[in-house]
Design a protein around this ligand. Structure first.
Ligand code: XUL
Ligand code: CO
Length: 448
């Protein structure tokens, strides 16, 4: 089925170069351009999300929908609306020309009156999605289950005080894991939307931790049972909608997984604005995941520095993305992950074409940051300075400390005898910051 919801857009969005005056063209992003020997498209593995871009109509807690989304118009039969939404989404993926998309089960299928009806709605739409994937070439970066929208999940899903809710969540995840496998998805994401608390007064922290660990074990077991070869990802976020979310940040999730024997089963899906909400920056969250072998995938949407909530804006700052990309490049790039735009338009960006402007800008910003990060990798200056900074740890003293052959008393003796008398050295922070800026400025106009 072909649709024409985005009739004014050429297919697919062309590369116009940095001076292009066509707003519906890429300034930097060229899928086939080689960067460090790999195609730009294969570095970035861009995905579009179903929920903000197609399921959301612009409503917020103060007002109703504003966006021009005919498929969300109330009067329609829910399955007709869902089919129209899917047609629009795949038309958009193809016209934007990106390789991936992501969705929650509830983004595509109407709830129905029972779980069985929901499951059969989803099955029918997944069947349609298989056809669209085949015709357009769009692939599933990840699937996920919405375990936070329905009132039954108000007190959490896996961490709910009621085991019936745990079971319901288990059924939803089992189903969506199987759907993700059927669609050839490369990852499955768990975002713990309401796995946390609103008040400690009614919360048994120890019990909820055990429940969450059990749930994650069940999901990993089922993944192996059905032979899903994609990666299981957990998406940290410190708060919102709950006051406190258990998957607070990369380090907290890593610690929880390691304590529960799950660190071999899960990787992290890091979202830029969730890092900000946790009091970190995006670079920190990616660097932590990379340093601990936990890196998986990215949700690239940013926050607003003046707002303490999840604004989910499209990325538009090269500066914010260069160092996360540098970490990813030095890690060897994505394996199953990619850059998902879990980003939404502002409520006044009414037109369907605004979806293109938003994604084009975000993708160009990523592409531009990729060029700067690749330049940093190629020059090797940053890495060389860090290497020099720690060089002492390769010498006799450093290796003796780390391999356990030197005791506290041995070290004290060396200091007391005067053999060791360390002198402060510069951390070179401003020099390093200049090197990063130089990479950003010097790679600016070389695209094309
Ligand atoms: C919410 C969020 C989710 C996850 C998927 O802040 O980021 O959309 O990405 O459930
Ligand atoms: Co997200």
């Amino acid at each position: 089925m072909s649709s024409d919801f985005f009739a004014e857009v050429r297919h697919p969005i062309p590369f116009g170069g940095i001076e292009s005056t066509d707003p519906l063209s890429f300034r930097v992003y060229q899928p086939d351009r080689l960067v460090l020997g790999k195609r730009m498209e294969d570095h970035l593995r861009v995905g579009v999300c179903f929920w903000h871009s197609f399921a959301w109509d612009g409503r917020d807690m103060f007002g109703s929908g504003t966006l021009d989304r005919p498929w969300n118009a109330g009067a329609m039969d829910p399955m007709d609306g869902a089919r129209m939404k899917m047609a629009a989404a795949f038309e958009f993926f193809a016209k934007l020309g990106v390789p991936y998309y992501c969705f929650h089960d509830r983004d595509v299928a109407p709830d129905g009156e029972s779980f069985a009806e929901f499951k059969s709605n989803l099955d029918a739409l997944v069947d349609d999605a298989l056809g669209y994937q085949e015709r357009t070439g769009a692939r599933l970066l990840w699937g996920t289950a919405n375990l936070f929208g329905h009132p039954r999940y108000a007190g959490g899903a896996a961490t709910n005080p009621d085991p019936d809710v745990f079971a319901y969540a288990a059924a939803q995840v089992k189903n969506m894991l199987e759907v993700t496998k059927l669609l050839g998805g490369t990852n499955y994401v768990l975002w713990g939307g309401r796995e946390g608390y609103d008040t400690l007064l009614n919360t048994d922290l120890r019990r909820e931790g055990k429940q969450l660990a059990r749930f994650l074990h069940l999901v990993a077991d089922h993944k192996h049972k059905i032979g899903f070869t994609g990666t299981l990802l957990i998406e940290p976020k410190p708060m919102e909608p709950t006051k406190h979310q258990y998957d607070f940040d990369s380090a907290t999730v890593h610690g929880f997984l390691a304590r529960n024997g799950l660190d071999g089963e899960y990787r992290l899906n890091i979202e830029a604005n969730h890092a900000t909400l946790a009091g970190h920056n995006f670079h920190h969250e990616v660097a932590y995941a990379v340093a601990n072998g936990m890196f998986g995938s990215i949700d690239a949407n940013r926050g607003d520095p003046q707002n303490g909530w999840d604004t989910d804006q499209f990325p538009n700052s090269v500066e914010d993305l260069v160092m996360p990309l540098y970490e990813i490049l030095r890690y060897g790039g994505f394996s199953t992950g990619g850059f998902n735009f879990d980003a939404k338009l502002r409520r006044q960006s009414l037109h369907r074409t605004d979806l293109f402007h938003a994604h084009i800008g975000g993708i160009d910003t990523l592409a531009r940051a990729l060029l700067a990060a690749a330049d940093l990798v190629e020059r090797g200056t940053l890495a060389a300075i860090v290497e020099t900074r720690y060089a002492g740890w390769k010498d006799e003293l450093g290796t003796g400390i780390l391999d356990g052959s030197l005791t506290l008393a041995d070290l004290a003796a060396k200091v007391e005898s005067g053999e060791i008398d360390p002198q402060p050295v510069s951390g070179l922070q401003e020099l390093l910051e200049n090197i990063v800026n130089q990479a950003i400025w010097s790679t600016g106009r070389s695209a094309g």
